[in-house]
Design a protein around this ligand. Structure first.
Ligand code: ISL
Length: 556
């Protein structure tokens, strides 16, 4: 039987872009406090806060220099405690981002580790000499040929000691050495410290990368990141997660949430990660559906084919039907906006956003809503490299242009797939800077804020936001949404996404036209008398309008 989180919806806050209370142009915890009532009214059960710890902000806080404090730019521990109290008072939970595959290079652990080969913490990170027979610092002398997620080699030479350290992400994000038991217990202790403070769990950043295959050798991956077969779902990762679960959660009686971010995870891996009997994590974020619209690297866009999407989700639904649990997401701070990506952000913006939300939320699993998704925020019209702030995009641009790519083509790819699409400030209202800040925002506000904003959506009973509110309320009212089994219907239809959910004597049918043309589902006699629970088109007919979606219920 699935846990409490089957009936829950999680809302992700990327604090930098959420709400700025002090006019410095960067969102902060006081800003979040000001929106707790908004989130409670939306109906979400859990808030996941992207990192707010002290950080040089090389990767917007995913490079942490102190795990037990709050960055001044975001607030303080006192303000954090106040937020936690407010969230709990409104009956919601708060989950922290746990980024422990790597720290910042400015974390005291790394400062000590890099002080010399004899440092007591040398072994807390992954240090290696230059490739044998080569001089350190010469291109190609890196210990292995691995590349970083943010372009270039995954190794950085430390001039002082002549050794390299591993960084799967930026050079300012050195990878911790999880083989060292002291590293693991330091992480466990830090997690207990946050739980003792009252937080309700963790979203675990790239947690399936913490175990590397030893000895480290050249990678053979074809694709964007070389070496990944040696660190994705590595040999000891399940052991580490089970140990973490024991060391951190054993004996605690609260209802916690743990979700692992796991790029490259397969259904079979996920069955291991999320089998409750194994005691690892409650659910993982898989990436298959967000990999369907590109070829090779994320920058090589191809249009989504609905049949691929249905096959992908269908596989995940079937694979975790009897054991484990799915997370469900369209968006997060790393992904372009779903209405622009898989919907229609022009003529049918509201209707397509509602259709996509309906489909996602009615799958079996725990849905995640990313800030602004709930009222249909769109991608940003990026025009030049100066418009970007994200390290991944900027590094990619430099590498692509240095390699001879047309700069305009690189920008075009980044406009489609760049992470900054998700990171533009939340559009609260139609006042200057969309009500996000009284100052100058760190990343430009989307010019469409005058029409697309939370205040306008709240005032319009027919808005995307009210549709999200109804979907969340439906999950709370109708147990079939959280707990029913899943059966795909019309699997070969190229326009319609349809499935049923069944629990006891209740059956739901979801019918969604995920295309810009009318679509005919054909006769559905057994549903003729069914009750309509939710639609995005008033008075729907037999043939579905573009992006029309409905949820029906019948008793068996
Ligand atoms: O964003 C991605 C694809 O464009 C992924 O490769 C992403 O880097 C990967 O999913 C890991 O993401 C997480 O860890 C990163 C951080 O930059 C991301 O924001 C975070 O979600 C390193 O901590």
């Amino acid at each position: 039987q699935p846990g409490w989180f089957a009936d829950a919806v999680v809302y992700q806050i990327y604090p930098r872009s959420f709400a700025d209370s002090d006019g410095d142009g960067i969102g902060d915890l006081r800003g979040v406090i000001g929106k707790v009532d908004y989130l409670a009214d939306l109906g979400v059960d859990v808030i996941w806060l992207s990192p707010v710890y002290p950080s040089p902000q090389d990767d917007n806080g995913y490079d942490i220099s102190n795990y037990r404090d709050i960055a001044p730019v975001f607030g303080s521990l006192d303000i954090f405690d106040e937020l936690l109290g407010r969230v709990h008072a409104r009956g919601m939970k708060l989950v922290m981002d746990l980024v422990v595959n790597h720290t910042s290079d400015e974390h005291s652990w790394f400062v000590e580790s890099s002080s010399g080969p004899d440092s007591a913490k040398r072994d807390w990170y992954i240090w290696r000499p230059a490739r044998s027979g080569m001089t350190a610092g010469v291109p190609g002398a890196e210990p292995t040929n691995w590349t970083s997620f943010f372009s270039g080699p995954a190794w950085q030479l430390d001039e002082a000691t002549g050794e390299y350290y591993l960084h799967l992400f930026s050079p300012k994000q050195p990878d911790l050495n999880w083989e060292n038991p002291d590293v693991r217990s330091a992480v466990h202790e830090m997690m207990r410290w946050w739980l003792d403070r009252g937080v309700d769990g963790f979203r675990m950043d790239v947690i399936n990368m913490i175990s590397k295959t030893l000895p480290l050798t050249d990678g053979s991956t074809v694709g964007s990141v070389i070496g990944s077969e040696q660190f994705l779902n590595g040999p000891r990762v399940h052991e580490y997660l089970a140990e973490m679960h024991r060391e951190v959660f054993a004996g605690r009686t609260g209802r916690y949430l743990t979700v692992g971010e796991t790029p490259g995870v397969t259904v079979d891996d996920a069955r291991l990660y999320t089998d409750p009997a194994r005691g690892e994590v409650d659910m993982v974020f898989q990436f298959d559906h967000v990999d369907l619209d590109h070829d090779g690297s994320k920058w090589e866009h191809i249009p989504l084919r609905l049949l691929d999407l249905k096959a992908c989700f269908g596989r995940w639904q079937a694979g975790l039907a009897d054991l484990g649990w799915n997370s469900l997401y369209w968006n997060n701070h790393d992904q372009p906006r779903v209405v622009s990506r898989f919907g229609d952000d022009g003529q049918h913006r509201a209707r397509s956003a509602k259709a996509l939300a309906t489909v996602l939320h009615l799958h079996r699993g725990t849905p995640y809503v990313y800030q602004g998704e709930e009222f249909g925020m769109t991608n940003f019209p990026f025009a030049s490299i100066e418009d970007f702030q994200d390290i991944e995009s900027i590094n990619h641009y430099r590498q692509a242009v240095a390699g001879g790519q047309d700069p305009a083509a690189a920008i075009a790819a980044m406009r489609i797939a760049g992470r900054d699409n998700a990171r533009t400030p939340v559009q609260w209202d139609a006042t200057p800077q969309a009500g996000f800040t009284t100052g100058t925002p760190w990343l430009a506000v989307n010019p469409n804020y005058v029409e697309i904003n939370a205040a306008a959506a709240l005032a319009d009973p027919d808005s995307v936001l009210h549709h999200y509110r109804k979907l969340i309320a439906l999950r709370h009212l109708e147990p079939t949404v959280g707990r029913g089994d899943f059966t795909m219907v019309l699997p070969h239809d190229e326009q319609i996404y349809a499935f049923t959910r069944r629990l006891g004597h209740t059956e739901l049918l979801v019918l969604a036209n995920l295309s810009g043309e009318p679509a005919d589902p054909g006769p559905l006699p057994e549903w003729a008398a069914a009750e309509i629970l939710l639609t995005n088109v008033p008075d729907g007919a037999a043939v579905l309008l573009p992006w029309e979606a409905r949820i029906l219920r019948r008793s068996l």
